[in-house]
Design a protein around this ligand. Structure first.
Ligand code: NAP
Length: 470
């Protein structure tokens, strides 16, 4: 008998936690997983929520257990698995039902799925979910794309399971078709930059100031109650103070320095490049992860070149305070870039992305949640037409305070051979962005010289060419 309010397909880390979250909020949830043993284990472990879980071993039984009109969340590996599930569901569901892809889809796949959707098929929602396992269980940040009518149908359950920031749900409809998955991708791109800059600052403390992990943890703990207050700073302090009993050192000291990546950072960079909007800090962070994975090459290069000698080292509170401000300035660059990419995509795809709302639903539940995002939400609410976050009064003032420390940290790191590519990219970004007379005049001359591409002159109208080789 149909009894479930909503269904979840895929009981991996995210799907299982999301299903429990739904049940915890008073809804009856139908569950199905490709590998039936996982479904059985889930139902057996649902504990006090078992009454609100309807587990099925086949997709047919799963669909039949849902109240009509049906809503199904797919939370499986992104890519072909989603296409397979959508097509299997299309055969069992009908017009008026809704399929919600809640995985980390490439938004271009989501756009294609919308285009391929038949007139009379179930509705489709592309939903980005952030917050990891803990978020999925107790309240993630949820970014929704699709038809607004479909959103209204699922809004009660989605807002119920979402994180709350001062009582406000961190879930919103952001635009048609791929809007939700695009915003989730940029969220992750910003997350890459945020994490990389934190790692760079950690590197300065570890390799330049010779601080051990517990001492660095104490610095991050202090920063956690200042302007950098965020989930990522909190967990960094937590990670750094975690001792490994078997090795007798901080666990971070025995973790191999090769970072993994699954694609969303890279997609952010690709899309920013496609739209001609620079996202240099995100780019630097993605490149740094790729370089980190080249361990053997890095070892060989250190054997060949050694490390640069230390030429300058400031001590004490001055450099720690500069590191905090440099991190803040770097963050402004990364977020300014991420929001600029979203503004451009919004125009290109006709989404009308609400930037202030995006900042608001990122204030809780997601990995980049922070005090800073509350400030961004205010800045975009008060200055909806700002061309760049850095040009809003609040952030311009913050940059004025943090610009010199960022410069000092990057200079000191570069002089001493410490890699700070994301922080350095922030300096390059601001310095290029705020210089009215740049150096592209020379590039235009070169392009005209070798390719007759023409250039504009400041003292004449129309396209011009140089007298090269006359
Ligand atoms: P996971 O723990 O590895 O679980 C993967 C799930 O996908 C399993 O239920 C698996 O079923 C199913 N699956 C894989 N291939 C399938 C196929 N061809 N057909 C049907 N089902 C298939 O993954 P996860 O971490 O929950 O991630 C699920 C989605 O959420 C991904 O898109 C991921 O990028 C996204 N996401 C993850 C996080 C995170 O922190 N983990 C955060 C946000 C978003 P079987 O049991 O049969 O293998």
């Amino acid at each position: 008998m149909a009894q479930a309010d909503i269904g979840v397909i895929g009981l991996g880390v995210m799907g299982a936690n999301l299903a429990l979250n739904i049940a915890d909020n008073g809804y009856t949830v139908a569950v199905y997983n490709r590998t039936a043993a996982r479904t059985e284990a889930f139902a057996a472990e649902a504990g006090r929520l078992a009454d609100r879980v309807v587990a099925s071993a086949t997709l047919e039984d799963f669909v039949a257990s849902l109240k009509s009109p049906r809503s199904v969340i797919i939370m499986v590996k992104a890519g072909d698995a989603v296409d397979e599930q959508v097509s299997a569901l299309n055969a069992l569901m009908e017009d008026g039902d809704i399929i919600i892809d809640a995985g980390n889809a490439n938004f271009r796949d989501t756009m294609r799925r919308f285009e391929q959707r038949a007139q009379t098929a179930p509705g489709l929602i592309g939903m980005g979910v952030s917050g990891g396992a803990e978020g999925a269980r107790h309240g993630p940040s949820i970014m929704v794309g699709g038809a607004q009518d479909d959103w209204r149908r699922i809004e009660p359950v989605v807002t119920a399971i979402a994180a709350k920031y001062k009582g406000e749900p961190c879930a919103a409809w952001l635009g048609e078709n791929g809007a939700g998955h695009f915003v989730k991708t940029i969220h992750n791109g910003i997350e890459y930059a945020d994490m990389q800059m934190i790692a760079e600052v950690y590197g300065v403390m570890r390799d330049h100031l010779n601080m051990d992990a517990p001492s660095i943890a104490s610095v991050f703990s202090v920063w956690a109650s200042g302007p950098l207050d965020s989930y990522l700073i909190d967990i960094t302090a937590e990670v750094l103070k975690t001792h490994d009993a078997s090795a007798g050192v901080a666990i971070v000291d025995v973790i191999v320095d090769a970072a993994g990546q699954k694609g969303t950072g890279r997609w952010s960079v690709i899309e920013s490049q496609m739209m001609g909007v620079p996202a240099t800090s995100i780019e630097a962070a993605v490149a740094a992860r790729s370089l980190s994975a080249m361990r053997e090459e890095r070892k060989a290069a250190q054997d060949r070149f050694g490390l640069p000698p230390m030429v300058e080292r400031r001590e004490g509170n001055a450099i720690i305070s500069d590191l905090e401000n440099a991190l803040l300035a770097g963050k402004i660059a990364a977020y300014a870039q991420g929001f600029a990419v979203m503004a451009a995509a919004s125009k290109e795809f006709g989404w009308g992305l609400p930037l202030a709302t995006i900042a608001r639903i990122w204030r809780a539940g997601c990995i980049i949640r922070s005090r800073f995002l509350d400030e961004i939400a205010t800045a975009f609410t008060e200055n909806p037409e700002a061309p760049n976050l850095a040009m809003t009064p609040e952030f311009a003032a913050m940059l004025e305070k943090t610009d010199a420390p960022l410069r000092r940290i990057v200079s000191e790191a570069v002089l001493n051979g410490l890699p700070v590519p994301a922080l350095a990219s922030a300096v390059g970004y601001f310095d290029t962005y705020r210089r009215a007379r740049g150096t592209a005049n020379l590039i235009q001359a070169q392009r005209d010289f070798f390719g007759a591409h023409g250039f504009a002159r400041s003292d004449m109208e129309g396209e011009q060419h140089g007298p090269w080789g006359e």
